[in-house]
Design a protein around this ligand. Structure first.
Ligand SMILES: Nc1ncnc2c1ncn2[C@@H]1O[C@H](COP(=O)(O)OP(=O)(O)O)[C@@H](O)[C@H]1O
Ligand SMILES: [Mg+2]
Length: 226
């Protein structure tokens, strides 16, 4: 379980997050929603250790990891997929995966989750579509065998016909039971279908939270319309 307790963080002197409390239970799925600039990416960066926390603390299974470096948090089970379908464009799909591991069994297992990547293994990642690059970015993170997958706007900038495919893959990952999910999304409908609990972040503060599921869509839309 990941806990952010009263986290305040930002860049230089300007704080972006203010006293943020978020809990992601083991094998649970949680969504963070909010408009552009609300601080969603900043929250994820603080959670994985890419941004120092000014006040508050971060616990992972009860252990205080607030001062641990990102790689130490990865070893403890956090898998982070940053915003923007990042990959190494001059390397092939397979080479991008091999940056994490050359173990064939692990790679095969991950490719079973993303069968579309199998036919693209020798293609340069820079020539993949946005949707394919997003699948590659998630696949690469899964190779680190995380216990918690942290996704920053996985459907952003993806062609509409591919969004459904990404969504169903993420829903399947969330349903796996051995993987918890922390999902930042602006697509409220999808985020609430894939998760059991949501938080709305506005100007760096959690302004509402509740149980996920399709029934919550109206409440979240109303909370975000303020
Ligand atoms: N590297 C940075 N340096 C300074 N300010 C930043 C940096 N990254 C983001 N910000 C500011 O922090 C605020 C929240 O940004 P961000 O966390 O990216 O929001 P979101 O992901 O919700 O769109 C914005 O006002 C943004 O301009
Ligand atoms: Mg962002």
């Amino acid at each position: 379980m990941l806990e952010l307790i009263g986290v305040t963080a930002g860049y230089g002197r300007s704080m972006v997050l203010h006293d943020v409390h978020v809990e992601v239970p083991t094998s649970g799925a949680v969504a963070i929603m909010g408009h552009n600039g609300a601080g969603k990416t900043t929250l994820l960066r603080a959670a994985v250790g890419l941004l120092p926390v000014r006040q508050g603390k971060i616990l992972l299974d009860g252990e205080d990891v607030t001062r641990l470096r990102p790689n130490a948090r990865v070893r403890r089970g956090l898998g982070y997929v940053p915003q923007g379908q990042l990959c190494f464009p001059q390397m092939t799909t397979l080479e991008n995966l091999q940056l994490v591991t050359t173990d064939k069994a692990s790679t095969d297992e991950v490719l079973d989750t993303f069968p579309a990547l199998r036919g693209l293994l020798s293609r340069k990642a820079g020539l993949l579509s946005g949707g394919q690059r997003q699948q590659l970015a998630i696949a690469r993170t899964l190779l680190t065998k995380p216990r918690m997958l942290i996704l920053d706007e996985p459907t952003e900038g993806i062609q509409p016909n591919v969004v459904a495919e990404i969504e169903s893959t993420i829903a399947a990952l969330a349903a796996r039971g051995d993987l918890s999910l922390l999902l930042v999304e602006q697509h409220v409908g999808f985020a609430l279908r894939a998760t059991k609990h949501y938080y709305v972040l506005e100007s760096g503060r959690i302004t509402s939270e509740g149980e996920g599921g399709p029934a919550a869509v109206d409440a979240v839309r109303a909370a975000m319309a303020v």
